[in-house]
Write a protein that binds this ligand. Structure first.
Ligand SMILES: O=P(O)(O)OC[C@H]1O[C@H](O)[C@H](O)[C@@H](O)[C@@H]1O
Length: 548
């Protein structure tokens, strides 16, 4: 193993000295070597700064690390979440009813489908306008209250599938509220009708303060109109959680409770009942298509050699860029507006999973782990931060993601479709042009540019992921593709991707700080900077009081 790592380090030294352009002149058929495809996905990673020798070394490292054993451990329900001593069975959420692949957890798939049927009952009741508020009126607005993994997945899917047309149309509007500061909920409550508003409390733990501050504000608002907390809770709240006891204790009616399980990580939970907003907006059939797409990608992941396995290919590239070329930023750049929330979703999926410095056995990690995953809708980002990508000093690896088939499915009147298709072609052309200029820099310039301000650095590595078209099924496969990429990366870095201990301390300190905002004596326990900040808050608020 050490030999491979040393050889990879050598390869990285060579890589830093060469241009990506030079790799295309090495005589090897780079396109043949560095493209891969499966189903509706095609990946071009030929503009990555990796030679064929480097790629074989990465594959050697993959085999020597016995990653296939770790993939087997995941799918056979072993406690791969070592620090919480749990399996990670999110893939079971998308397994067809008749699958019996988890001998140790034989009832799980049946439990999953029982809960999907319970969800279908609620979905049907809402979509058929049979869910009534405390005054008997039909619900017209649904507000999903949740944060992190309890929001980002459903939000991405609900936004991405808008073009398939939701059969509830505008009769029922869906909203998402997550931020603890109250901005989203206060703006919504100004326009919503309490008699016709239904809240979904989405929270695996059913304890997250961000969510419950929003819940309390919603409950107060509803109670002030219904005149009864009980009426408000019974008619206007659904609970989705891995904690049935906490839903019970809060007062969610049994038939309004949907559960999932501790073996589902929050950021892997959109396939569970956390996906309720998706099913309400698009119906259970679309939700099942999403699950099928995820299941299809599980099959590909489990049954492909690493060279032809799309999640593994993306993982090996990211491992190379982050751990050997030490490129600490990975920009996700969708060239399809329907995927504009994908960078946000992936930033939680990858950074909360692999933003770790301690390996599974508690020792310090050997390599730089997860890069900073960030991004924006590509065409818009061209007018925002591409300046830095093209002429800045920072190395950034980029993921260009675009769909190909669009607008010509007869869903739109021809004239419109033609214009829109031209826009799609323009977006594709920009996607390809940008990744080329990032890789090859000035070679596209008419003539040798001597003005240094107009030089293009090039040598920015990128991968382009082409998606045939965006259907619920293909979107399911896309998300599962990145979930498995994240898992393979965690195996390459020998870290546990399923815990997130790093998010806890800030939460507990914030409770102290909250008390200190209201109790000056309590501030002494804080550092001088925090003490000063706390004092500024009370100074400004007390000034307001004296001015009243
Ligand atoms: O679903 P919940 O228990 O409310 O948790 C919501 C989110 O908060 C946590 O702090 C973690 O950062 C996320 O992994 C999680 O998805």
């Amino acid at each position: 193993m050490e030999k491979i790592i040393e050889a990879l380090k050598e390869e990285a030294i060579l890589a830093r000295k060469r241009s990506i352009k030079s790799l295309f002149n090495s005589g090897a058929d780079r396109i043949d070597l560095f493209t891969a495809e499966h189903g509706s996905f095609k990946i071009d990673y030929s503009k990555q700064n990796i030679s064929s020798q480097g790629w074989s070394l990465l594959l050697d490292y993959y085999y020597k690390s016995k990653i296939d054993h770790k993939i087997h451990a995941l799918f056979s329900g072993k406690p791969v979440n070592v620090t919480e001593n749990r399996p990670a069975l999110h893939f079971a959420l998308r397994a067809p009813k008749d699958v019996r692949s988890l001998p140790k957890h034989s009832s799980i798939v049946a439990d999953v489908h029982d809960e999907l049927e319970a969800m279908a009952l609620i979905v049907r009741k809402i979509r058929k306008r049979k869910w009534r508020g405390y005054s008997g009126k039909a619900i017209t607005n649904i507000v999903s209250l949740g944060v992190g993994g309890s929001e980002l997945g459903p939000l991405l899917v609900c936004d991405a599938l808008q073009e398939i047309g939701s059969s509830i149309g505008d009769s029922i509007k869906l909203h998402f509220v997550s931020s603890m500061d109250g901005t989203q909920i206060s703006q919504l409550l100004e326009v919503l009708d309490p008699e016709r508003t239904l809240f979904i409390i989405s929270s695996k733990s059913f304890t997250t303060v961000d969510t419950f501050y929003n819940v309390n504000t919603a409950l107060k608002w509803l109670t002030s109109y219904s005149g009864s907390i009980e009426l408000a809770k019974n008619h206007h709240f659904i609970g989705v959680s891995a904690s049935q006891e906490k839903m019970e204790a809060w007062g969610i009616r049994k038939e309004n409770q949907l559960i999932f399980w501790n073996w589902v990580g929050g950021r892997f939970s959109l396939w569970s009942t956390i996906g309720l907003p998706i099913a309400i907006k698009y119906g259970m059939d679309v939700f099942y298509e999403l699950l099928e797409g995820g299941y299809e990608m599980d099959f590909h992941f489990k049954n492909s050699t690493p060279e032809s396995c799309l999640p593994t290919v993306l993982a090996l590239i990211s491992f190379w860029n982050s751990s050997f070329l030490e490129i600490s930023a990975n920009a996700v750049l969708p060239y399809d507006g329907r995927l504009k929330l994908l960078p946000n979703y992936l930033s939680q999926l990858e950074m909360e999973s692999n933003g770790k410095a301690v390996s599974v056995n508690g020792t310090e990690v050997r390599f730089k782990t997860s890069p900073i995953i960030w991004g924006e809708l590509g065409p818009n980002a061209q007018h925002a931060f591409y300046q830095l990508l093209h002429q800045g000093t920072q190395d950034v690896s980029c993921d260009f993601i675009s769909t190909v088939k669009r607008y010509h499915n007869g869903a739109r009147p021809d004239v419109e479709a033609d214009f829109l298709y031209q826009q799609q072609s323009l977006s594709l052309a920009n996607c390809f042009a940008q990744s080329s200029v990032l890789a090859f820099g000035d070679i596209f310039a008419e003539k040798e540019e001597i003005n240094p301000h107009k030089r293009y650095r090039g040598n920015q590595p990128s991968t382009t992921l082409l998606i045939e078209e965006l259907t619920p099924r293909i979107l399911g496969s896309l998300i599962a593709l990145y979930e498995h990429k994240t898992y393979v990366l965690s195996c390459l870095w020998d870290i546990n991707p399923f815990d997130q201990w790093g998010v806890e301390l800030g939460k507990s300190i914030s409770e102290e700080a909250l008390r200190a905002i209201h109790e000056p004596n309590y501030r002494n326990k804080f550092d001088d900077s925090t003490k000063w900040l706390l004092t500024q808050v009370s100074d400004w608020s007390s000034k307001d009081d004296t001015n009243k």
